[in-house]
Write a protein that binds this ligand. Structure first.
Ligand SMILES: *Cc1c(COP(=O)(O)O)cnc(C)c1O
Length: 229
């Protein structure tokens, strides 16, 4: 049960947008980052609130239920996939999303390539902190991974994604975000001509401002929409 009113949602959204604007003053420059709302907090019906608040980009975590949400809401939102994705569920996701943030296995790359005729945009999920509980390729393995992935010609890596460790102090995430940007810059040079690595998907409710300062192009926000609810 959501106890989020449209007025509170709009106020929280406006505050988030102001914070993003503020953080951009300290950012490397370029396009404004896109605000993606994590739709796992909203049922298919409750997504009406997001629509009414003017949100246009949502990210789903689960393959189950994605099609239903997409069928109801694809005229309102662009859908991305942000959760862990097993290869065998790739085809439940592929038709409904314009970007998959969480690619970290070659079997998934292979499956995506097999299931599509058109280019599929994806991000490489990198486990910057090296925590064992986290998904993602270790930074030292990213180049070799992309080298092998490059054989699957319909899968287009357009950047990197990371999940920072959960911490109380957002500043603790800064080195993680900075490392992701530096890795993206490094890989971008190596893979020129094959991949255009422009995207950095990083930052969540607790640390999106720091992520924007470090060059995030997409921030993924959920729980901050509920503050005060
Ligand atoms: C839920 C989720 C988010 C948003 O997290 P909040 O802390 O609620 O802002 C971002 N990214 C992923 C992959 C998520 O699953």
């Amino acid at each position: 049960m959501i106890i989020l009113t449209i007025d509170l949602l709009k106020a929280n959204l406006a505050a988030i947008e102001r914070s993003i604007d503020g953080a951009r003053a300290h950012a490397p420059g370029g396009q404004p980052p896109r605000l993606l709302i994590a739709s796992k907090y909203f049922t298919v019906d409750d997504m009406a609130l997001l629509d009414a608040a003017g949100i246009r980009l949502v990210g789903e975590n689960r393959a189950e239920g994605l099609e239903e949400k997409w069928l109801r809401w694809n005229r309102s939102f662009e859908f991305h996939f942000i959760g862990h994705l097993q290869s065998r569920k790739a085809r439940q996701v592929l038709p409904f999303v314009s970007l998959i943030h969480s690619v970290e296995s070659l079997s998934l790359v292979e499956e995506l390539n097999r299931r599509t005729d058109m280019p599929v945009k994806v991000l490489l999920e990198v486990n910057i902190s090296g925590e064992e509980s986290k998904y993602g390729i270790l930074p030292a393995a990213a180049e070799a991974f992309l080298d092998r992935a490059a054989a699957y010609e319909r899968v287009m890596f357009t950047g990197l994604m990371t999940m920072a460790p959960l911490v109380d102090d957002p500043e603790a995430s800064r080195p993680v975000f900075r490392s992701l940007r530096e890795l993206r810059d490094h890989l971008g040079t190596i893979f020129t001509g094959r991949y255009e690595l422009t995207e950095l998907s990083m930052g969540m409710s607790s640390d999106y401002e720091v992520a924007v300062e470090e060059g995030a192009t997409i921030v993924r926000v959920g729980s901050a929409l509920f503050s005060g609810a």
